[in-house]
Write a protein that binds this ligand. Structure first.
Ligand code: NAD
Ligand code: UDP
Length: 337
């Protein structure tokens, strides 16, 4: 089967593209390389020992998207393409609405015009706002604390309305918790442009000497050691979750929503200590003020995905950090060298 992967050159998309190829699917990546490089695709192809088709296009260009779908006629679309920085979304909300929401609408319009109905949507635990209780279940109330989160929440709502309008649509909405790690080869991984805003990529840069120390955002949260708690999930497990969701959209119509997390929370200090153990490097750190908009603790109840998709995360924090360190230490400058 051919699967079209928007944003397939990016962090999660490249790992999922590889998992698809390794499962025998044909893959078309559609990406504008606004936050990725073609080298990522070359390495996916090298790891799979197979070529994949690449279409350099922007989801803001409806005609090109429609032509791409008409030409490739994928059995399903996995839609990763989007901007993802919470901080940037506060200063450039329109750019986020336009790229993420108009991009998704253009894609859906092109799918309708070419009679394609199956789509897997990258959502995020950010749609739970400030969780009332953890672990978070899918029926938790939804809200947003930032414009990026709004694009995910509205994206989900658009899909729910569409699914209710026509049985030909089939949507899997996947709410990722905190994806980290990389393929165990160390050949592909997360390569943020500029200074990383996420914890593990930042700690990795400190470990290779590209940043002097980690700022821990808040040491007075109501958590066991006072630092924020998150559900870190290995990107390889996340990729496997997309394959499970693919089976679902092939067999069902309507819309399904699932958390993809491990169900385990880890604090910032636990992550830093694990990175020190795995890398053998000392990671200087200091506690600074809380980051605006951060929640104290967020981790998933992943039972619904296990029950309905037969998917469960297999790898723990140590494996995630080991794989991140392999990628970071072998590619200290990311894909650039
Ligand atoms: P990423 O930035 O590495 O990948 C996104 C890819 O989409 C990039 O290759 C980028 O060039 C491409 N892209 C962006 N806008 C595009 C457009 N208009 N047209 C074509 N291509 C475009 O991000 P990622 O971490 O792989 O995230 C993938 C998806 O998962 C995103 O939708 C993100 O919001 C969501 N998500 C990510 C996380 C996370 O922590 N990484 C957590 C929850 C949800
Ligand atoms: N964090 C931190 N220093 C950093 C980056 C993140 O202390 O340089 C903390 C952050 O406050 C949160 C956790 O690490 O408690 C995970 O943050 P990340 O940005 O990776 O994910 P998100 O906040 O989106 O869950």
């Amino acid at each position: 089967m051919r699967i079209l992967v928007t944003g397939g050159a990016g962090y999660i998309g490249s790992h999922t593209a590889l998992a698809l190829l390794n499962s025998g699917h044909d893959v078309t990546v559609l990406d504008n390389f606004s936050n990725s490089v073609p080298e990522a695709i070359c390495r996916v192809s090298e790891l799979a020992g197979r070529r994949l088709q690449v279409i350099e296009a922007d989801l803001g260009d409806p005609q090109t998207i429609k032509r791409a779908l008409a030409r490739t006629r994928p059995a399903a679309v996995i839609h990763f393409a989007g901007l993802k920085s919470v901080g940037e979304s506060h200063s450039q909300p329109l750019r986020y609405f336009s790229n993420n929401l108009s991009g998704t609408l253009n894609l859906l319009n092109a799918m309708q015009e070419t009679d394609l109905g199956r789509l897997i949507f990258s959502s995020s635990a950010t749609v739970y706002g400030v969780p009332d209780e953890v672990p978070v279940k899918e029926d938790h109330s939804l809200s947003t604390t930032n414009p990026y989160g709004r694009t995910k929440l509205v994206g989900e709502q658009l899909l729910a309305d569409l699914a209710a309008s026509d049985v030909r649509w089939s949507f899997a909405v996947l709410r990722y918790f905190n994806p980290v790690g990389s393929h165990p080869s160390g050949r592909i991984g997360e390569d943020p442009r500029g200074t990383p805003s996420n914890l593990v990529p930042y700690v990795g840069r400190v470990a290779v000497g590209r940043e002097p120390l980690v700022n821990i955002f808040g040491g007075d949260y109501p958590t066991p050691d006072g630092t924020g708690v998150r559900d870190y999930i290995h990107v390889e497990d996340l990729a496997a979750g997309h394959l499970a969701a693919l089976e679902w959209v092939l067999q069902h119509s309507g819309i399904g929503v699932w958390n993809l997390g491990t169900g385990q929370g880890h604090s910032v200090l636990e992550v830093i200590r694990m990175y020190e153990q795995v890398s053998g490097q000392r990671i200087p750190r200091r506690i600074v003020a809380r980051r605006q908009g951060d929640v104290s603790s967020s981790y998933a109840d992943p039972a619904k995905a296990e029950r309905e998709l037969g998917w469960t995360a297999r790898q723990g924090l140590r494996e995630m950090i080991e794989d991140h360190w392999r990628w970071q230490s072998r590619n200290p400058m990311g894909y650039g060298g």
